[in-house]
Design a protein around this ligand. Structure first.
Ligand code: ZN
Length: 409
């Protein structure tokens, strides 16, 4: 990469660089919304039933579904949601197929994802090339003794959950703890160990491609920032975000992810390969599973009906109100935290800055996630418990919204 300079900051220049032989290590960030064009149901869309299902479970607030302490007492809401979202119900998108294509061309150094739906894996991207910053549904274990639980068994239980209502429990003698997929929950600040390797991977990249993100989500936004100045960066998104466009090696490709990816592959002469890999993903859904179509099972179709009527609206309002309230509390707490950080060193200030993104504007994008390991909340002793709690709470809210937001919207 050293010395290479993009001829033009557009599709052509990018494509030329990718094919030049100088671009060997491509790091990809696919935060949050890439998977949503795969049809993962939106809490707020009529007919999905997701929120209505949760509303019927009388959660104290929507985020509780991903809260570890809540889960310990009542795992039913989580498994109800898991039933709706479980991997295998949704097909990877063109963008996921593109990630695999880079890997097949031996150009992918790493794909960083915040999605928990394992669509990258199911598109055929090798496990060693994926870092799931929030964990995923790919593995699961007992929350007490940490003993792993069988993949096939949990899958069957989750897919049948709406009928059997059976929560997976640890099978180790005398344990019987609850089993939970290895998704990072509220109250579990520890990121997957692989995540600590992220900065060095980004620093050694020849090209960074950021797809479908508002870049208000940390630690992903910081990864885009630590990318060296002489490393070309590409943003593929509906809107211009972050500091993209500031550097002379930045390429900004605005539009819908799948469409831009298709254009890029045409330019690269990879269109046929892309479509072939995407065709293969059609068989990655569990189309034969009886529990797949949630509208065919009793509980969900009731929920669908509900969501079509008034409870959907009520649900929206509840969610909106909860988010607004949370945002307000966070802003207040962040202001306090900011003062404290000012007194305790510049590196902490920096970390704090990186999480104090404005969240008052578009609520759907009110996305602030603390850096799992270096979270100012956990690293800075000056930040009190309420701030820590709020940061984590917002993170969980984000995870909830993450799986339901639409690509680039
Ligand atoms: Zn156990």
């Amino acid at each position: 990469m050293a010395g290479y300079h993009l001829e033009t900051n557009d599709l052509k220049g990018l494509s030329k660089y990718i094919k030049s032989g100088d671009c060997q290590n491509i790091a990809l960030m696919v935060p949050l919304s890439v998977s949503t064009s795969a049809g993962i149901p939106d809490f707020r869309s009529p007919g999905t039933g997701l929120y209505a299902n949760l509303a019927r479970l009388k959660l104290p607030y929507p985020e509780a579904v991903f809260e570890i302490n809540f889960f310990r007492n009542n795992p039913i809401p989580f498994y109800t949601l898991a039933h709706e979202l479980y991997p295998g119900k949704f097909r990877p998108t063109l963008t996921h197929a593109f990630i695999r294509l880079l890997s097949e061309h031996s150009l992918l150094s790493m794909c960083f994802t915040q999605n928990i739906d394992t669509l990258e894996r199911r598109a055929g991207v090798p496990e060693s090339k994926i870092i799931e910053a929030h964990g995923s549904f790919a593995t699961q274990r007992c929350i007490k003794c940490k003993t792993p639980f069988d993949d096939a068994k949990i899958k069957e239980m989750v897919l049948n959950f709406s009928k059997a209502r059976k929560v997976p429990k640890c099978e180790r003698p005398r344990c019987g703890g609850l089993v939970k997929p290895d998704i990072v929950f509220f109250g579990e600040a520890v990121p997957p160990p692989a995540f600590s390797k992220s900065p060095s991977i980004i620093r050694n990249a020849d090209l960074l491609i950021v797809i479908g993100t508002s870049l208000t989500v940390h630690p992903f936004a910081s990864l885009a920032e630590i990318c060296p100045d002489d490393c070309p960066r590409v943003l593929i998104n509906i809107d211009l975000v972050g500091d993209f466009g500031d550097r002379d090696q930045d390429v900004v490709l605005l539009g819908k992810c799948d469409e831009v990816i298709k254009e890029l592959c045409e330019e690269l002469g990879w269109e046929e390969e892309l479509m072939k890999l995407w065709e293969e993903t059609a068989s990655s859904t569990d189309a034969t599973d009886s529990a797949i179509d949630s509208t065919t099972d009793g509980a969900s179709s009731v929920a669908v009906e509900e969501s079509r009527s008034s409870s959907k609206k009520a649900g929206n309002e509840m969610l909106e109100a909860a988010v607004a309230k949370l945002a307000e509390r966070i802003e207040k707490q962040m202001a306090l935290g900011e003062q404290e950080a000012t007194e305790s060193g510049s590196s902490e200030n920096r970390a704090k800055d990186s999480t104090s993104t404005s969240i008052s504007g578009d609520k759907a994008r009110a996305s602030v996630v603390p850096e799992p390991r270096d979270s100012p909340a956990s690293a800075n002793p000056g930040v009190d418990e309420p701030v820590k709690r709020l940061l984590l709470q917002l993170k969980v809210h984000l995870m909830t919204v993450a799986v339901v937001n639409r690509t680039g919207e």
